[in-house]
Design a protein around this ligand. Structure first.
Ligand code: UFG
Length: 347
């Protein structure tokens, strides 16, 4: 029986589809492509040599969703679909709550209607707000600082309520730290819309000459070199965490949250040095003021995922940088590359 993957064409979704297919799972993808490209799914097929069905559909389209559940006997759902930009969420809170929260409710309603009660949900370390200390474990207090974070926290609460109301549900909540890197092939990777907000895609675009220089947001944090410290995790390690979470929800009921991080923090300056080392490229940067809403240090205690899922991240920072750079160098315009080349040929 197939696994339904919502948002399967996105950055983490596409890498997880590759791991699922390689592990022998059958998958059905549903994506509205609002922030992703069908090309990513085409490449997932090429990389794995496997065929799978995908639907262009929105989770808020109840008829379409029920059509998918009627057509396929789904075993479990991995739910990636959602908006993810903090700044945008401040400007467009209603869109974020509608898409993320209402979208998840609609998905769970359809699942319940068809008796499918196994779910892996993409949450974020953002639900820890400003952590009292690091490393962060799953029992830390939860809070949120912006509509994006609140949407994740609300969904977590909804899923916990759901599991209480009906003990047949089995739900794994995965709190991602900072996913970076790309598949080794350089064929799938992160393809942000417009100017990236996150550090690694910004770095790779500066190195590629698409952006002039990196701004380092603050060097006066209470961290070893004063710049922000994060738990960067290779997206393929993260993808593999979803397979471990699936195995877990197949063999248990209830709801559990797991940190998916490496347990090791790197500062912005350490990331710059690691990237230069891995790519051999230059990376001009300037230290500027803090970015509003940023925390100084955020990294995981991943012990629970190790003990209960049998998962640990094993790729280091050099490999993350190399893979991120290979993706950028091979796909200067992300998934648009081929269509742009075609236009250049024609004109
Ligand atoms: N940074 C820079 N310059 C940039 C971009 C980022 O110096 O141009 C710094 C930030 O200040 C921070 C670090 O690089 O210290 C990482 O920043 P990212 O934007 O890559 O990641 P964040 O940890 O801020 O945000 C990520 C996710 C959010 C999520 C948040 C908390 O992108 O979705 O983690 O979990 F909400």
């Amino acid at each position: 029986m197939p696994i339904l993957v919502t948002g399967g064409a996105g950055y983490i979704g596409s890498h997880t589809c590759v791991e699922l297919l390689n592990a022998g799972y059958e998958i059905i993808v549903v994506d509205n492509f609002s922030n992703s490209k069908p090309e990513a799914l085409k490449r997932v097929g090429e990389l794995t040599g496997k065929r799978f069905i995908s639907y262009r559909a929105d989770l808020l389209d109840r008829e379409e969703l029920e059509f998918i559940f009627t057509r396929h006997r789904i075993e479990a759902v991995i739910h990636f679909a959602g908006f993810k930009a903090v700044g945008e969420s401040v400007r467009m809170p209603l869109e974020y709550y509608m898409n993320n929260v209402a979208g998840t409710i609609a998905l769970c309603q359809a699942m319940a209607k068809f008796g499918i009660k196994k779910l892996v949900f993409s949450s974020s370390a953002t639900v820890y707000g400003v952590p009292e200390k690091v490393p962060i474990s799953e029992d830390f207090p939860l809070s949120a600082m912006n509509p994006y974070g609140r949407s994740k926290l609300m969904i977590e609460d909804i899923l916990r309520d759901l599991a209480v109301s009906d003990t047949e549900w089995s739900i794994g909540i995965l709190r991602y730290f900072n996913p970076i890197g790309a598949h080794k092939s350089g064929r799938i990777g992160e393809d942000p819309n417009g100017v990236p907000n996150n550090l690694m895609p910004y770095i790779t675009q500066v190195a590629a000459g698409k952006l002039n220089r990196l701004s380092v947001f603050g060097d006066d944090y209470d961290t070893p070199d004063g710049t922000g410290v994060r738990d960067y995790i290779h997206v393929v390690d993260l993808a593999k965490g979803h397979l471990k979470a699936l195995e877990k929800i197949f063999s248990s009921t209830g709801v559990e949250a797991y940190n998916l991080g490496t347990g090791r923090g790197y500062s912005v300056l350490e990331m710059i040095a690691a990237f230069i080392e891995a790519s051999g490229m230059e990376l001009p940067y300037t230290i500027v003021g803090r970015r509003p809403g940023d925390v100084g240090a955020c990294f995981a205690d991943p012990t629970k995922a190790g003990n209960e899922l049998g998962w640990t991240a094993d790729k280091g920072i050099a490999e993350m940088c190399e893979d991120a750079w290979r993706w950028q160098a091979n796909n200067p315009n992300g998934y648009e590359e081929e269509s742009i080349r075609m236009e250049q040929v024609r004109s």
